[in-house]
Design a protein around this ligand. Sequence first.
Ligand SMILES: Nc1ncnc2c1ncn2[C@@H]1O[C@H](COP(=O)(O)OP(=O)(O)O)[C@@H](O)[C@H]1O
Ligand SMILES: [Mg+2]
Length: 381
Amino acid sequence: MKRIEFHNREKETKEIMAILDSEPSLIMFVYGPINSGKTTLITHLIEELPDEYVVFYVNLRGKFISNYDNFVRALFKLDREKKEYKEILKTISEVSLKSLKFTGIPVTEGVMDLFFREKTYEDVFEFLEDYFTEIAENKIPVLIVDELQKIGDVRINTYLVYELFNLFVRLTKELHLCHVFAVTSDSLFVERVYSEAMLSGRCDYLLVDDFDENATAAFLEEHGFTDDEMKVAWECCGGKPVCLLELIRADDPERKIAKLLRLRTGELKTFLKTLNELGGKITVNDERHEINYELIIDVLKMFLDEEEIDMWSIDEISKRYLVKNNILFIDPDMGIIKPQSRLDLLAIREVMGDAYQLWKPKKTAAATRLSSKSQSRSMTV
Ligand SMILES: Nc1ncnc2c1ncn2[C@@H]1O[C@H](COP(=O)(O)OP(=O)(O)O)[C@@H](O)[C@H]1O
Ligand SMILES: [Mg+2]
């Protein structure tokens, strides 16, 4: 299989390097649509950092976190060789050592045991504050938590994520000890953070979107695409890196594009058919809400003529449902909503266009009952 080199990202790299060059003062939220290249950008940057930085990268992807113990396991990494945690700190802070990168925050068995015995977040967060304070004497610590939304709904007495935000605020705005990057593809989570009073003035946002047209053209050109092929690729896949990779690896890119579009269109039809026949629900602030099929269709139809819409122009329940199902993406910083990818936009247009009248799923009696029920509910709101 062809090996694909890291491509471009000059603008975002510059922005992140400018942050790393200055004193830590804000939590940086790195957000963007699914598969836009956030993790790739961050991991590439980690590799390139100068010697004075020590990076702790924690990826919550694939981790199941529902309680204190899983959280501690996800955050820390056991270093069995060292007996004393001060020994670990000493090694990390060694000025002569080159830049260090850790996956997870290394601690000794003794510290881990203590966490499991004490079982309080205060202990863990106090420990981390001391840990980073000590490292910051000689080096610049950088803490990166990828897929932070995984703990967005974890509640143990209070929401865990707020406890973590408190620590992040301490490390950045208050003590200026450590750079903190929180990475996420979950735009509902970012929207929540955006409107969170406790973080106002204490964080900033960096959008890592799909490649723009120039970056896409340069990427494809490097891999031998002709002008015509590049045009078709941009028209159908936009600058979504994973999608472009599939085209680069394909023997026949145009056939591949047709296949990707067919697949996404089929998925969208199945999604709508299921919603129409079986109904759908979403929980918002502990309350279950029924999805109104007609309102969902109205939202999707807005994309027949527009590529992005005002995020306040659609009803809240449909918005959340379409975002949760990875069809739409919210950018709370710009105040817009758009499909997760160019392929999604084309699939929406295909399904909502003229073809919709021909294909339109027939309603079952149950679906009719459901949608009229939720419609009357939405009218009373
Ligand atoms: N700058 C890039 N150069 C080359 N390939 C990339 C780049 N960014 C992303 N990719 C490819 O796209 C895939 C998805 O990117 P990823 O970083 O996992 O997305 P995200 O974290 O935003 O969901 C990666 O596995 C990688 O193969
Ligand atoms: Mg990622």
